[in-house]
Structures are given as C-alpha cells and as structure tokens.
Design a protein around this ligand. Structure first.
Ligand SMILES: [Zn+2]
Length: 349
C-alpha cells in the first residue's frame, strides 16, 4: 500500500533502504509495522496487550517483537514511532495510570530506545492519528486538521496552522470530556457529569439508551423492538442498537437520533474551538456506522451552525483500524517539531 507520497520519494526510500517502525498500543492489541518512508507497510504483527507484568513488560515485548520479526531490516530502521493510549508524561516517555491498558503505568520510550539504539518518538494515540492524516491521509492538503475517534471512548488530535497541539504533558484535547449536557444526566467514567463520552462512546451508549428507555413512553411497535427486549434482559449493546437501526427499527433509530444530538454538540464545540478545514473521523463506532454517525453529524452540524466559522469537511478516515498505526509511522518518518522539543529523553535522532 502507498499513502499518497510521490513515486520519487518512494523510489528514494527504496534506494536508500530506509525503514521505519510504527507501534500502536491499545487496551487489547499491540500492532507493530515495518515500513518504508512513504508509509507503505511491508510487514505487520499483532500481539495481545499483556494482562499482567511490571513497568518494563510492554517495552520488552515490543523490543523482542522488533528484533525477532524485522531481523533482516534492523540496521536500516531509522526511527520508531509509537501511538499509545494514555495519559502520559511525554517528556519522560512514560504512560501513567492509563484506564484502558491492564498494566496501567509503564516505561515506554526510553527502554526501547536504549535496547535498539534508535530514536523513539511517542505520542498519545489521537495525536498520532491526526499526524498520520496530515502526513499520509486526508489532511495532506490542509494546515488545520482535526482527528476525532468515536470508539470505546471519544478523543481527538488537533493541528492548527500546521502546528501539532500537545499541552504541557502531551495529553491535550480530551474532547470526550467536554460538557455537552449541563443538566448532567449521565456520569462519565472520569467522574464528571454531562461529558460527551458518557452519552456517545461505544462503552456508554448502552447506559444512556437504558436511561432513555426508562424515561420514554413507548408505542406498541417500539415495545416489540429487539432493542427493548435486550434492554429488559440486560443485554443492550452498541452493536445491537446500530444493527437494529440499520434495519429500520424505529426504537433503535430514536436512540441513535438522541445519541447524535450529543455527537453534534461535541463536533460543534470542536469546530468553534479549533476552526479546522477538515475533521477526519475514526473509531469503530463511527466507521462501522458511517451513515448513522458521520453522515448524520455532518447534516446536523450544517443545520445548527451559526455564522462564526466556515464549516469544515467531515470525512471518515481511509485507514480504518490502522489509523493510529499509520499515525505512529508518520511520527517516525516525519517527527513533528513541537513534539521533538518536548521529548526530553530523545536520542539518536
Ligand atoms: Zn469525562
């Protein structure tokens, strides 16, 4: 696969034999890819995220996987990029108390960098995502790019006037936790009330739907819905709601409309804050339900937006599940200046 770089650069990459490694660390899987400088993946491995271990287990696993699987190319690897779930202290290259990774606190960049003697450029997964879109994806032709993921949680990465935004420790843009409901009906996993993620993320849609089903008076047709049956049996899931909605189930569609009110509010906040030219959307909830999520949000934003700013394009990522992995590759191939300044541990670059 090639990601839109010119064939000249592609050939240069091959002649020079330069290789890069991208690593995507999620709650369930760690994906590791070997690429050339145009971002085309030559070899990809996927391993389960360790359930237990010490603060070096994850770094050791990544070092071993690179040494074993990319043996012939080891000398030609120029840099390693990592996109990981957070939060983190970027200056030290450490992940701290990550709610979605079983080993919550761990050393990451330094042990890998020391073991392999290659520069390791790490960032939070959504920051990697937006950088991947800017270097290889739909954000290529823009200076103002936002990446939003709607998955188990909701997060974002921003590039404003060509600058990647990071914040003091590299955890900026926790957009899943902006308040979209001042009445605070739903409590978020972070402990706050009325946060976007509490209404519209994959993990929380069933809870919000249950609240709606308690409140609403239902028609006989709606009571026959498999969504209502699953609710009564305690088996409600996001997948079930969206698949029923795709088949035209009225109750499911009513829930989806309600969830989208909060998605639209979230997108409007992001548009007004960052004034992007394009918002690229990823995450399993959005990508598996493009019409019911992305198309509806695009229409909703159009209807309710004032005259504050010109509306951006809103598009699904072309990279699917690989968006963070390709972002990690982009960090290695073309490290952002704002990020380099922040990584105090960085060597060998
Ligand atoms: Zn929250």
């Amino acid at each position: 696969m090639m990601y839109g770089k010119s064939s000249d650069e592609c050939i240069k990459g091959m002649v020079m034999g330069e290789h890069f490694v991208g690593v995507d660390i999620g709650g369930t899987w760690i994906r590791i890819a070997l690429t050339t400088s145009n971002g085309s993946i030559e070899n990809k491995i996927v391993v389960r995220t360790p359930r237990e271990g010490d603060r070096y287990t994850i770094a050791n696993l990544i070092v071993e996987a690179i040494r074993t699987n990319f043996k012939e190319h080891l000398e030609k690897i120029k840099a390693i990029g990592i996109g990981t779930a957070g939060p983190m202290d970027l200056s030290r290259g450490v992940v701290i108390n990550a709610p979605n990774i079983p080993i919550r606190t761990f050393e990451l960049a330094q042990p890998i960098q020391e073991a392999l003697k290659k520069p390791v450029i790490m960032a939070n997964d959504c920051i990697a995502g937006v950088w991947g879109e800017k270097i290889f994806g739909l954000g290529r032709d823009y200076e103002n790019v936002v990446y939003i993921t709607i998955s188990t949680g909701i997060g974002g990465g921003m590039i404003v006037n060509g600058n990647l935004l990071l914040g003091k420790m590299g955890n900026a843009h926790e957009i899943g936790h902006i308040v979209v409901d001042v009445s605070g009906r739903m409590r978020c996993g972070c402990g706050g009330y009325g946060h976007w993620e509490a209404y519209a993320s994959g993990a929380n849609i069933p809870r919000f739907a249950s609240l709606l089903l308690e409140e609403w008076s239902l028609t006989e047709e709606e009571k026959d819905s498999e969504v209502y049956k699953a609710y009564r049996e305690g088996n409600l899931s996001s997948e079930l709601i969206y698949s029923a909605a795709k088949r035209g189930d009225r109750l499911a569609l009513r829930i989806v409309d309600e969830v989208n009110r909060y998605n639209i509010a979230g997108f409007e906040n992001v548009i007004n804050l960052y004034d992007p030219e394009i918002i690229v959307v990823g995450g399993s909830v959005a990508l598996k339900n493009k019409e019911l999520v992305i198309d509806r949000v695009r229409e909703g934003v159009k209807r309710s937006q004032g005259v504050v700013t010109e509306l951006p394009r809103i598009e699904p990522t072309a990279f699917g599940d690989d968006v963070v992995l390709i972002g990690a590759i982009a960090l290695a191939v073309k490290p952002p200046q704002t990020l380099i300044k922040m990584l105090k541990y960085l060597q060998y670059l």
